[in-house]
Design a protein around this ligand. Structure first.
Ligand code: ADP
Ligand code: MG
Length: 748
């Protein structure tokens, strides 16, 4: 049978489904599917996690104690002992193995099934470290292979497996597939790049990954023999470049090539998708007059050009140096004709909001409209309120709010004012994406708390104007490596230092069994007039997760048992907007002591008098999220506390998270740690945005290659943005195969 696909055409080459791969069939294909291997091409990308070196089989006599060796021999004796130790019964298998040169004892502990497979006369390969015991050479628990047919020697790949697939079977399938299909492996990198970097061609690179020859430098599992520093363990960061001056091995070059290919194609996609900016002409907003950073003078609020200075001089505080620097970066960017494409990063509470406001003032001063997209209604309301306060006194500066919960009539009126241009600044939520939201002259898009939105959403907003400037703020600091991976060529502004006078913030992790003490302590703080947030992972108790604390239960517990004499309220996403903002008002006025909430308060909510954050079920939250939550306190002047409560027993990762939070308040440190614990794919809605499904590449480990790929992609894009040169035919094909969906969704 010749395999065909649904449309009746033949499967070709690497697109062949696994089921038609020699020796596989539908049932086993479904096992491969569990490893995300659906086609032969996927199988080629199933790169071994390591190798076993069975290639240098030596005579037993040549084994040296303390070294690692591989020998093949015939079993002359086996003995299975069951010695009784004080408490446990265990099982010890002794096997004596002979070859023409000598004999060796191999010992396995508690592997009774081995005793059934290994008998006198069995031909056996063993590989391991050599010891001496009672004067005899011995290997303890060596790797082994019972040799029935031909001896499998050489450097054998160790593949990631799943239940039902054995190492030997996967090896066989890869070999067979490689024999049949490798000729379909087309080169897709431009030849000039290959040559410059001395990378092997694609087919050769895969061959080296799956069938490395001795001497090609594949890293084997056995400890490295002394004197070969090239075979280093994968450590953290830039592993590929630690080769202490030695030229890279063929294996290393092959690996780099494949990693580079993944990064390179991804960077090209980001270029095509996001990085159009430097080829476009955008809006040149005027510089503020007078400059807010110079001598103060009299201002005329009727003159829009004076607004930015008015705004800055009217603030109840002085901007920090970092904030001022960032504001000036905005000025320069907004004034230039190229559209701004800028990421603003800074830790929670660093004061990003106010500088984003400033960017909007610059845009409106030039007669444009600005829109700010917030992740929650609560936050949209709060931003609008603050902005109105700061911009108080400026005539004709109309600030609008647009959210999903507005009544039809109200919404229509707001839309009208946006469309006619009466509205200068619009602050809103997802409701802003809708098609009926049309701007008269949109000049700036600000996206607050980027990680809540995907790239597509951001782009939809941008498409509402004619090449408006874009500013994206994120509270979770993004290491450079990741920002490059996610955003391609965005410029980055960073606010590193927090505003002065921030109080101490103490974080402690504790368990349910000590809960009562926590509430006692908190009661004491409330007695001093402080306010408390209590965050729960869910709203109602759930049958599926009976131990998960809910706001409902926590409210009951606090208002009846632990803090009956205090004013406790509940806040969560299912409440009406009016109810939520009324509650925030009461909290601000000091009429509430404790707010039991879900993560609606996670981002941006700002109450300086709240000094305590208690997170119930803290093991349920990610590191970055806990850090965000904690950022809600420690904003005023009083010493603040964050208490993380978990079950008495939690997993290793949760424990590491809690410890990390206890130890540091530095968002950059936390972001790095978070990446280590979770991996980059989990970060900031990256999954929704269709990024980072690399097979082999790791933006952290291979950051140098990422930077190279970024530069090379840039150069090629400059030269030939459409990749129209015939040299790029296969590259383009691969690019569409991998990212076609993503690219086609791109707004034009
Ligand atoms: P972010 O958005 O970065 O988390 P915010 O913009 O919400 O932080 O700022 C946190 C708090 O710090 C707000 O109450 C804000 O008014 C205040 N703030 C911002 N900049 C300064 C400053 N330079 N000096 C004093 N307080 C500031
Ligand atoms: Mg903010």
């Amino acid at each position: 049978m010749v395999p065909t696909n649904q449309s009746g055409s033949y499967y070709v080459g690497l697109e062949t489904p696994m089921q038609f791969c020699p020796g596989v069939g539908p049932k086993r294909a479904s096992l491969f599917a569990k490893l995300n291997i659906n086609t032969v091409g996927d199988l080629f990308w199933h790169i071994p996690r390591g190798y076993e070196d069975f290639h240098t089989i030596c005579p037993i006599r040549q084994l040296r104690p303390g070294q690692v060796g591989t020998v093949v021999g015939t079993v002359s004796q086996t003995e299975c002992r069951v010695p009784r130790s004080a408490s446990k019964v265990y099982n010890l298998l002794h096997v004596v193995l002979d070859d023409a040169s000598g004999s060796l004892t191999a010992v396995w502990f508690n592997q009774p099934y081995l005793a059934e497979k290994i008998h006198r006369g069995t031909r056996l390969l063993v590989h391991g470290k050599v010891d001496v015991y009672d004067g005899y050479l011995q290997m303890n628990a060596p790797k082994h292979q019972i040799i029935e047919g031909p001896l499998e020697t050489g450097i054998l790949p160790l593949y990631p497996l799943t239940e039902g697939l054995t190492q030997a079977f996967v090896r066989k399938v890869v070999q067979a597939a490689f024999a049949r299909y490798s000729s379909f492996c087309e080169e897709n990198l431009p030849l000039s790049l290959l040559k410059k970097k001395q990378y092997p061609e694609r087919k050769l690179a895969f061959r080296i990954m799956h069938q490395p020859a001795p001497g090609e430098g594949a890293p084997t599992e056995a400890p490295t023999p002394p004197g070969d520093p090239r075979q280093q363990k994968r450590g953290s960061g830039q592993r590929a470049f630690e080769g202490v001056g030695l030229p890279p091995t063929p294996w290393e070059l092959a690996r780099r090539r494949l990693v580079f290919e993944e990064f390179f194609i991804h960077q090209l996609v980001l270029r095509a998708y996001l990085g159009k900016s430097n080829t476009l002409t955008g809006i040149s907003h005027p510089m503020p007059e007078p400059s807010p950073w110079g001598e103060r003078c009299l201002l005329d609020v009727a003159e829009p050009r004076h607004w930015p200075a008015w705004f800055i001089w009217n603030l109840p505080y002085t901007l920090t140096d970092d904030q001022q620097t960032v504001c000036r970066e905005f000025e320069a960017n907004l004034h230039a004709a190229q559209p701004m494409n800028r990421l603003l990063q800074g830790d929670v509470g660093a004061g990003k909001t106010v500088v984003s406001f400033y960017a909007m003032m610059l845009a409106v001063a030039g007669g444009r409209q600005a829109v700010m997209m917030a992740p929650t209604e609560l936050l949209a309301q709060q931003h609008a309120e603050n902005l109105r306060r700061y911009a108080d006194g400026i005539p004709r500066l109309q600030i609008e709010v647009l959210t999903g919960s507005q009544k039809t009539k109200e919404r229509r009126e707001v839309l009208e004012r946006i469309a006619t241009g009466t509205a200068s600044i619009v602050v809103g939520t997802h409701a802003l994406f809708q098609d009926d939201v049309q701007f008269a002259r949109l000049g700036l898009v600000v996206v607050d708390e980027q990680h809540k939105f995907g790239v597509n959403q951001r782009q939809r907003l941008v498409a509402k104007g004619e090449t408006p400037d874009l500013l994206v703020a994120t509270a979770t600091p993004i290491p450079r490596t990741l920002s490059l991976t996610l955003f391609g060529d965005m410029e980055v502004s960073t606010i590193r230092a927090l505003p002065p006078g921030r109080p101490q913030l103490i974080t402690r992790w504790t368990q349910w069994s000590k809960e009562e003490k926590v509430w006692e302590f908190i009661d004491g703080l409330i007695a001093q007039g402080q306010q408390v947030y209590v965050v729960c992972p869910i709203i109602e108790p759930s049958e599926n997760a009976p131990h998960l604390p809910s706001t409902e239960e926590a409210f009951e517990k606090l208002s009846k048992t632990f803090l009956p004499h205090r004013r406790v309220a509940v806040l969560h996403g299912r409440q009406a907007t009016d109810e939520k903002s009324a509650l925030m008002q009461r909290m601000k006025a000091g009429a509430i002591d404790v707010v039991v909430a879900t993560t609606v308060i996670e981002v941006g909510v700002d109450l300086p008098n709240a000094t305590v954050m208690v997170v119930l079920g803290a093991e349920r939250f990610g590191l970055a999220q806990l850090h965000q939550l904690r950022g809600r306190v420690g904003r005023g002047t009083k010493k603040s506390y964050c208490v993380l409560i978990t079950p008495d027993r939690v997993g290793v990762i949760a424990r590491q998270r809690m410890r990390c939070l206890e130890q540091t308040r530095d968002g950059f440190v936390i972001a790095e740690e978070d990446l280590k614990l979770r991996g980059p794919g989990e970060h900031f809605g990256t999954r929704q945005s269709g990024h980072l499904n690399f097979r082999l590449a790791d933006p952290f480990e291979d950051s140098m290659l990422l930077h190279e790929a970024h530069q090379d992609a840039h150069a090629i894009y400059q030269r030939d943005p459409g990749l129209d040169d015939p040299e790029f035919i296969t590259l383009k094909k691969e690019l569409f195969r991998l990212y076609g969906d993503f690219i086609e969704r791109r707004p034009s």
